[in-house]
Design a protein around this ligand. Structure first.
Ligand code: ZN
Ligand code: ZN
Length: 338
């Protein structure tokens, strides 16, 4: 199924024609639960990985034996999905049975890999892969048609409270035999770092910059047009939520800076970076419903539909992945927005 973002509730470029020069396209990825193949763009799906190429590992010093079993995370999701999709018999409560409840309570955080030392290499977890043919706004080297994203699922890297993200650019035609069984860490620091398997329905849309990135004069006029935040109706159309940066997983376009305020993101080599991909905890929420694809409107409030990947970054926000303009193989920079 394709996904369609409706045209913006207000054509903001008609009100502020000088905004037009700041427009940019982004590709919304629209991940939805599914069973992608290694040749598909996906989140949480199998990567097109050469059978004879070593799988990347994390050897950075941090605790890696304590957390949740990756298998437990998947089991819990399966039980909950089944339980909540059942129609309860008359007189019965919806949700997990007593028996399922017992299993769910047994899935606990703990020291599940006690033999792992603090620098023992652990396999990274596959997060997503994007083929350029599917994602028109995918940045990076033009002679690589496939981006693969992996991370180490512990909040303890580079002296910061964040996962370690690895980007890999490939020519898909160079991949021969594909690795049949993907390694993954036995334990994850956080359940939200285990992506559920999703296919993608990419869609290109227009964005405008986060309001903080606009020239002062234009920003002030848009601020004045939006009016006082305290006097707004619940369904008021706002530049910040409805007319600038699209929510959800996407490639290219603009980063939102709503959580931290704007920042220049420089590569470790000193060169400026561009937004590559946004990883999002949710595809929509109460504040940005105008972006909910038309095909999802009828079920937008159903349990779990706005969190198809089950990934949680930050407290419940987004993670922007920036890459170096001079050399896309330099390590990416991350920004988390609440
Ligand atoms: Zn790590
Ligand atoms: Zn660089």
């Amino acid at each position: 199924m394709s996904r369609t973002t409706s045209s913006r509730p207000i054509d903001i470029e008609r009100i502020f024609p000088d905004l037009a020069v700041h427009r940019r396209s982004t590709t919304r990825l629209h991940p939805r639960p599914g069973a992608p193949e290694p040749g598909d763009s996906s989140v949480g799906g199998p990567l097109l990985w050469p059978a004879d190429e070593p799988w990347p590992v994390c050897s950075e010093r941090h605790r890696r034996g304590y957390g949740e079993r990756t298998a437990d995370v998947r089991l819990r999701r399966r039980i909950l999905a089944e339980a909540w999709s059942r129609v309860p018999a008359p007189g019965q409560r919806p949700g997990p049975t007593d028996e399922e409840g017992d299993v769910l309570r047994s899935l606990k955080r703990g020291r599940h890999a006690p033999l792992l030392g603090e620098t023992d290499p652990i396999p990274l977890l596959a997060v997503a892969q994007l083929f350029r043919r599917d994602v028109p706004d995918l940045g990076g080297p033009a002679d690589r048609d496939l981006l693969q994203i992996l991370w180490c699922p512990f909040d303890a890297h580079h002296g910061r409270h964040e996962p370690a993200v690895t980007l890999l650019w490939r020519r898909s035609s160079e991949v021969g035999d594909v690795l049949a069984v993907q390694p993954e860490p036995e334990v994850v620091g956080s359940e939200g770092y285990v992506p559920a398997s999703c296919t993608l329905d990419p869609e290109q849309v227009v964005e405008h910059p986060d309001i903080e990135l606009l020239p002062d004069d234009l920003r002030e006029r848009i601020d004045a047009w939006e009016g006082d935040e305290d006097d707004l109706d619940e369904d008021a159309v706002l530049y910040r939520s409805d007319l600038s940066v699209a929510p959800g997983w996407k490639a290219g376009g603009f980063a939102s800076w709503h959580g931290t305020g704007r920042a220049d993101v420089l590569c470790s080599c000193g060169v400026r970076t561009d937004l590559l991909v946004t990883v999002a905890s949710g595809e929509w929420d109460g504040g940005n419903r105008s972006w909910t694809p038309l095909e999802d409107r009828a079920t937008a409030d159903a349990r779990g539909t706005n969190i198809p990947t089950q990934v949680t970054v930050g407290r419940w926000g987004s993670m922007n992945v920036f890459f170096c303009r001079a050399d896309p193989t330099h390590p990416p920079r991350l920004s988390f927005q609440g």
